[in-house]
Design a protein around this ligand. Structure first.
Ligand SMILES: [Zn+2]
Length: 331
C-alpha cells in the first residue's frame, strides 16, 4: 500500500505542536499541548500519543503514515536522535527518534528547530526559488538556520548556526541563559530583553526614569516581559523609543554577522518578538545594517510561515529525508 501521509512536530520550551500533512505539505489536522516535562521519556511518549491523536483527528489509518519529523529546541545529537542537556528540560539525555520509531516501525528524523525553520522556508515558504537562505528566530531565544549553495547546514551534532550565542558585546555586561556573557541572546531575546532594559535604566537620570512608563521595570518583583517595552515605545515613551532603537542596533550587528558569514540572498525572520512587533524590530535593523556589513545586503522579511516555520521544516524532513539529511555524519 502506498503511504500517503507524514507527521511533523515542533518541540518548544513550553509547548509541543504537531500536524499531519499530505505529500504537498497541506496540513490536514493539527494539535497543540503543553510540553510534558515529567521524565526523560515524557516527550517521546507525548509524541507517540499525539501521533495517534493526529491520525484519529484526520481519519488516517496509521498504516498510511510514511515517516515523522521532529523539530526541537537544542542542543541535539543528530546521530543519536536525542536531546543533550536541553536548555528547556532538566535532563541530561532525552531520547526521541528511537522509541518513536520502535512504536510505529517507520523512520523518524530529528533536527534543530531553526534548522527546520530554514528548511520549511525552502520547501514551503519564501525561499522556494533560492539556494542561499537564512532563517532567524527572534523569540524567547535567538536561533538560526542556513541553507548555503543548496546545502542545509547541520554541523557535527546538528547544532550548526547557533547564532544567538555569537558575542556582540566584548564588555560582557549581560549573562546569557547558556552561562556565557555578551551573547546576542542575552540582550535581544524576549527572555532577556528586560535585563537589558534594567541595565539601561540604571544608567539613566533618575527623573527621566520616573517620568517614563519603563519605571515599572524597576519594581523588584516586576515580571514584565519584552512586550511592555514595545507597547511603551508604541505609546510614544521617549526612553522606550531610545532603548528599542539601541536593541535595533544590536540586532543589526547580529544580522551583519549573518550576512558576512553566510552571504544569503534572503533572511526571513520569525519568532514571537519579531512577529509581534514587525515594524519596531525590523525597521531599526534595516536603518543600521549597512554600518556593519561587508557583503551585499540581502532582502530581509518576516517569514510568511509565521509561527509554523519549524513545523513546516519537520514536515519537509519527514517528506524528503534523502534530499536534505546527511546520513552517517561521523565528523
Ligand atoms: Zn549564550
Amino acid at each position: 500500500m502506498v503511504k500517503k501521509f507524514v507527521i511533523g512536530f515542533d518541540v518548544g520550551g513550553t509547548t509541543i505542536r504537531g500536524a499531519i500533512s499530505d505529500y504537498n505539505g497541506n496540513f490536514i489536522a493539527r494539535i497543540e499541548e503543553k510540553l510534558d516535562k515529567k521524565s526523560e521519556n515524557a516527550v517521546s511518549n507525548q509524541i507517540i500519543k499525539l501521533t495517534y491523536s493526529l491520525c484519529h483527528l484526520s481519519n488516517t489509518d496509521i498504516i498510511n503514515l510514511k515517516s515523522i519529523g521532529i523539530a526541537s529546541a537544542g542542543p541535539i545529537d543528530l546521530n543519536k536522535g536525542a536531546l543533550i542537556k536541553p536548555t528547556n528540560l532538566p535532563f541530561k539525555y532525552v531520547p526521541l527518534t528511537e522509541p518513536i520509531s520502535r512504536e510505529f516501525r517507520i523512520p523518524v528524523f530529528l533536527l534543530n528547530d531553526c534548522t527546520a525553520g530554514v528548511l520549511g522556508e525552502k520547501e514551503f515558504g519564501a525561499g522556494r526559488d533560492l539556494n542561499n537562505i537564512f532563517f532567524l528566530a527572534l523569540g524567547t531565544g535567538i536561533g538560526g538556520g542556513a541553507i548555503v549553495d543548496g546545502h542545509l547546514l547541520f554541523g557535527k551534532d546538528g547544532n550548526a548556526v547557533e547564532i544567538g550565542h555569537i558575542t556582540i558585546d566584548y564588555e560582557e555586561r549581560l549573562k546569557c541563559g547558556c552561562g556565557k556573557r555578551g551573547h546576542w541572546e542575552a540582550y535581544c531575546s524576549g527572555r532577556n530583553m528586560p535585563n537589558f532594559v534594567r541595565m539601561k535604566l540604571e544608567n539613566t537620570k533618575k527623573e527621566e526614569v520616573e517620568n517614563s512608563l519603563l519605571f515599572e521595570y524597576t519594581n523588584s518583583d516586576s515580571r514584565l516581559g519584552s512586550e511592555f517595552l514595545f507597547n511603551a515605545a508604541n505609546n510614544g515613551d521617549q526612553l522606550a523609543i531610545d532603548i528599542v532603537k539601541e536593541i535595533g542596533k544590536l540586532n543589526a550587528i547580529g544580522f551583519a554577522n549573518i550576512i558576512n558569514a553566510y552571504d544569503p540572498s534572503l533572511i526571513t525572520v520569525g519568532g514571537s518578538v519579531a512577529l509581534n512587533n514587525k515594524k519596531l524590530v525590523l525597521k531599526p535593523i534595516k536603518q543600521r545594517i549597512q554600518d556593519f556589513t561587508r557583503n551585499r545586503i540581502p532582502r530581509i522579511a518576516s517569514t510568511p510561515l509565521a509561527q509554523d516555520a519549524g513545523l513546516y521544516g519537520a514536515i519537509a524532513a519527514a517528506l524528503y529525508p534523502r534530499k536534505w539529511f546527511v546520513f552517517n555524519n561521523t565528523c
